[in-house]
Write a protein that binds this ligand. Structure first.
Ligand code: ZN
Length: 425
């Protein structure tokens, strides 16, 4: 059990951005014999064949083509690759007095205060000049060193700090990187860092997509029973989905793992769940003429995390359906259909849990609290396919560190394996 959880922690730590989550996922798929396809080329697929495609370097999908061509159906697991973080702005260098800091923007719904006073590292992709301006060279970069800190204001300078502070994301959350007087080039801290790391000329760097991440390693707490880690939302589900598709065999139905980017900012990108990406993959697998027929016979598990009961804020939970860490996958309900679950898809999911030998609990927000959403509802509407929204329960969602239970990882692995199992009907 701990080995599986350690594997998950390693995947997350080595995937500080959606680009790395995709690249590391793709490496595993290649090793397991999946063939890479490219959107810009024709796809020649065989029944029973294993394939994957990546988009923007930050989203990917992997599948095993079903053997039943006459009446195709697909079992889909969908989980997003992105997580809230600070993104480096263009022209990031700022100087205040003798201090150099970097200008950043928040990405997604961050809990800002959790980012203070922690050594931060930097990762993402850098775009370099190449022979064609339309195809700049993309280089992944992960500067896994404690480079910078967002310092708190001392309590002596704000005695009210423990009564709650409003942070201005332009003024108060910029990371401090160096003093002006050090031998570092005053004007080009980031450029110097990138050229050193990539062993390239400054002139070759055209642009970048870089985010900050916590340098300290994730790990176990509570006697090994719990996981304290950044990006459990939603790399936990991406990883469990990967494990399931890597172990799956060809069967009558197509098995698809879909991992889009940009869920945290509304999915409205060409590599997000709101795009044609998933639809175009499915159309190419089952054929355009059979697409609607296949969707009517298919089922999507939209896998994302939900809120576990926080013992210090138990009044924030629904009075009859609180979700508890370690008590199994959660079925996410919303009368307003912010989650795609309804009675029918919940019943299907409960049946699956029973066959997998995994417990399952209902999750719904209090009627006086507006909860979050997922990619489930938009995929359901776009594809015309039945979707269930499920996940695992964590505390501190969107904190720089989230807390989950090791046993829930086992449940998710078992559940996804059963979902792709040809014998599970
Ligand atoms: Zn999420």
């Amino acid at each position: 059990m701990k080995d599986n959880a350690q594997k998950l922690l390693d995947y997350i730590y080595n995937s500080p951005t959606a680009y790395h989550a995709t690249s590391n996922g793709v490496e595993e798929l290649k090793k397991a014999g999946f063939t890479q396809l490219f959107e810009g080329e024709a796809w020649d697929m065989q029944t029973g064949g294993k394939y994957f495609v990546a988009k923007n370097g930050s989203a990917f999908a992997a599948w095993i083509v079903g053997l039943n061509w006459l009446n195709p159906s697909v079992r889909v697991i969908a989980a997003h690759t992105d997580s809230p973080a600070f993104v480096i702005k263009p022209n990031p260098q700022m100087t205040t007095g003798k201090h150099i800091k970097l200008n950043t923007s928040p990405y997604g719904g961050m809990i800002l205060h959790t980012w203070f006073d922690r050594p931060l590292a930097l990762a993402g992709r850098v775009l370099l000049k190449s022979s064609s301006f339309l195809a700049p060279e993309e280089r992944l970069i992960n500067i896994n060193r404690p480079l910078m800190v967002i310092p708190s204001l001392a309590i002596h300078l704000n005695r009210e700090v423990n009564k709650g502070v409003e942070f201005n994301p332009q003024n108060h959350t910029l990371p401090f990187v160096a003093m002006v007087n050090e031998e570092l080039e005053k004007d080009d801290y980031l450029l110097n860092l990138l050229t050193e790391e990539l062993k390239c000329n400054a002139d070759d760097i055209l642009d970048f997509d870089l985010t900050l991440y916590e340098y300290a390693r994730n790990g176990f707490v509570g006697g090994g029973k719990f996981l304290s880690s950044p990006r459990l939302d939603d790399l936990w589900m991406v990883h469990a989905g990967l494990e399931a598709i890597l172990q799956a065999d060809a069967g009558p139905f197509t098995k698809l793992l879909f991992c889009p980017d940009n869920e945290e900012i509304g999915s409205m990108t060409a590599w997000g769940a709101h795009s044609r990406f998933i639809q175009s993959i499915l159309e190419r697998i089952v054929g355009r003429d059979k697409f609607d027929q296949a969707m009517a016979n298919s089922f999507i598990v939209s896998a994302d995390l939900g809120h576990a009961q926080n013992p210090n804020y138990a009044d924030k939970d629904d009075p009859t359906s609180p979700s508890i860490m370690g008590e199994g996958p959660i079925l996410k309900y919303s009368a307003m259909q912010k989650y795609a679950t309804n009675g029918y898809t919940a019943a299907v999911f409960r049946g699956l849990c029973e066959r997998a030998g995994v417990p399952c609990q209902a999750y719904i927000t209090r009627s006086d609290i507006t909860g979050g959403g997922t990619i489930g509802a938009m995929m359901s509407a776009k594809l015309g396919c039945a979707v269930v929204d499920m996940g695992l329960a964590v505390m501190g969602m969107h904190s720089i560190r989230e807390l989950g239970a090791v046993i829930d990882n086992e449940y998710a692995l078992k559940l996804f394996k059963a979902f792709y199992d040809n014998e599970v009907k």
